[in-house]
Design a protein around this ligand. Sequence first.
Ligand code: AMP
Length: 450
Amino acid sequence: MCGVFGIYGHKNAAYLSYLGLFALQHRGQESAGIVSTDGLNMYERVRMGLVSDIFNNDSLVKLKGHIALGHLRYSTKGDSNLKNAQPFVMKTGKGIITIAHNGNLVNTDDISDKLESEGAIFQSETDSERIVHLIARSKEANLTDSIIDALNQVSGAYSLILTTKEEMYAIRDPYGIRPLCLGNLNGAYVIASETCALDLIGANYIRNIEPGEILRISEKCVESIKPFEKNEPHPCIFELVYFARPDSHVFSASVSEARKNMGKELAKYDKDNIIKKINADFVGPVPDSGMYGAIGYSKESGIEFDLPFTRNHYIGRTFINPNQEARDFSVRIKLSPVKEVIRGKSIILVEDSIVRGTTSKDKIKNLREKGAKEVHMRVCSPLLKYPCFYGIDIPTKMELIAHHYDVDDIRRIINADSLVYQSIESLLNSVPQGTRYCHACMSGEYPIPK
Ligand code: AMP
């Protein structure tokens, strides 16, 4: 779970990267960094923390040049420390290479073993460093061929941006698991994990980087290369369920529309099954990610929409906390119940997903404490039963509530009056047709062979 942003050919490259990272902050809050170049030198600032804590006018002015690369990290592999923060800068025989990665490789251990047996010494636990080692050691004569050679040895999910002092490469793995898009700002090329970053800086969206594409941007030309064996793309459906920002388009799908459709699908199911029995007073979200789902549900069902919780925007996402106790507490400070909305009401509560069950259990408890008559939980995602190996922080099987319990047990544990999850089929109805999505965390069907 990371965000990447690159810009080529703009005099304010670092400042625009800073803005781009702001727009993408939801993709990673542990560390942030920008590395820029003016063609002569590289300038770098990579720190632990949020974008707003790391950069100010003074630090941005020092990041000179017309090319810049930014990264936000949310660790899914490797510790959360400065060594693993990105962009990663490495001096190689092929020049200085800067890399920013979103995704997870699935053969990192094999690559590490092979490189270590050849004498490599690693400074970090990141996939990015392994990729640069492979590039540096490639026998190919030029950098593009060395990148192809390196990526032919890796397997997994990678949306990458690489820069040198002269060029920028935007790369998406052949399965296209994580998003990456291309935009233009007054002739400068912009690459970003999500379109919300293009929108913020006023760049025009051009297109997605295609699965299996290497886009090489230099002063002379922009070259698209598709050197990898063709695989059927499998973009991650969880980007649409939870991870991406609602004002983004990822994989050409509008995130807000997809989420509204997920809510509509849940309402359709209820209409055919139990809605008359529920007699709900209103439908409302667990903010923020349940918001569009609840709107969609309300539209489809005709049940009034209301907001049973208000959100404190000054703390990060629930999962940042390392242990259960801290997690329980942060769920509490993040969302506060609005008793005037809740008291005496029968509520349909829409949530994007249930992972460990912490949020749902706590929120339903809050609603009951504030006098809710009934709480009917509706979940936009299907049961999350399997871990993600491709870069989303879905924890180990042991921590996933749906790995241990069926829907009725979960309903009892979270203390809901009724609980309905989206089926995989109806989730697929909610997103644009014609794409085969990765839903391994829901189905256990992993598209990339290990
Ligand atoms: P839990 O409380 O463990 O059931 O987690 C569910 C809550 O975490 C929901 O409100 C989701 O919006 C959010 N969530 C879902 N997936 C993730 C993830 N991979 N990382 C962080 N938060 C998540």
